[in-house]
Design a protein around this ligand. Structure first.
Ligand SMILES: [Fe+2]
Length: 293
């Protein structure tokens, strides 16, 4: 079923919003008069649209890190509404701005003003240390939950360390969204078909009880593997998970990822998620992961 056209922002709306957000990000006195004119014209022409465009704008750029706040929340790489009608705008806003932000805030509170030498200010390094003696005992649980929570959703950790948010994207033909590149070849070679792979992945994701994540990873044998983790654990936590590896694809199966639109129907959410899976990005992570072994 094609997505309802009314739920898709037009190209004009996107371009208008992009221009507006770019102006806001300039944050300079020189830009303020222009921004004021923009808003005045927009509000006069259509107050409802102006409000909706502002509501739909991605979160502002994160503040620079400091010893007290070494981590910050990057904005999404697309608009909150970009994944409609498969993933709804309000869920994206709450998920990113509240749930992910909460993990960042709690992580900062746990590691604030501690020397960052032991993790280099790098959340992926902190995740790798979870469950080891390198993490002070008094913050071990906070690091496990919140470094994991930040890393698993992460937008711009750099290189192949970017995960959940980047692994979704609006698609021209969402109902025929297929793996691409070498990752596609590997999936077909190992699982016989995309449908067979998808079924196994769905079964694993649905079977993960409570909160957690379903992953496609590369293990030390360079083969793909489908695995799941509870809560905010992930495959980089070698000291904590039974099947460590390098992430290629991941879906968040916490209810906060789908509860407004899909209610308790995790399979319905997964069916939608396959329509916005960013296979181009997953293929890049696959290539980077192989190159690192
Ligand atoms: Fe989440």
């Amino acid at each position: 079923m094609p997505p309802p056209a009314a739920l898709h922002p037009t190209a004009c709306q996107h371009q208008s919003t992009l221009a507006l957000v770019d102006l806001m990000r300039l944050q300079s006195l020189r830009a303020l008069p222009t921004l004021a004119v923009w808003l005045a014209v927009l509000c006069a022409a259509s107050p409802a649209r102006a409000r909706r465009l502002l509501d739909d704008a991605p979160a502002p750029a994160p503040v620079p890190s400091s010893p007290a706040q070494p981590f910050s929340l990057p904005p999404l790489p697309y608009y909150y509404s970009a994944l409609e009608p498969w993933i709804d705008t309000e869920t994206m806003q709450l998920h990113h701005d509240k749930h992910h932000q909460a993990a960042v805030d709690k992580l900062n509170a746990a590691v604030a003003n501690r020397s960052s030498l032991w993790f280099g200010g790098d959340v992926s390094q902190l995740v790798r240390l979870a469950g080891t003696d390198a993490v002070p005992a008094e913050i071990a649980e906070a690091v496990r939950n919140n470094a994991g929570g930040h890393y698993n959703h992460q937008v711009d950790a750099g290189g192949a360390e970017q995960l959940f948010w980047t692994l979704m994207a609006p698609k021209d033909d969402p109902e025929d969204n297929q793996p691409v590149g070498e990752l596609a070849d590997a999936i077909w070679a190992q699982y016989d078909s995309f449908d067979a792979f998808k079924q196994l992945f769905n079964e694993a994701a649905v079977a993960r009880s409570g909160c957690g994540w379903a992953w496609l990873i590369i293990g030390a044998d360079k083969r793909l593997s489908i695995t799941t983790t509870p809560n905010q654990d992930g495959p980089l936590m070698a000291a904590l998970v039974p099947e460590p590896g390098t992430p290629v694809l991941v879906v968040d199966v916490h209810e906060h990822a789908y509860y407004l639109l899909h209610r308790n129907r995790r399979q319905g959410y997964l069916d939608s998620w396959w329509n916005v899976t960013n296979w181009e990005q997953a293929n890049e992570y696959y290539a980077a992961a192989l190159a690192n072994y």
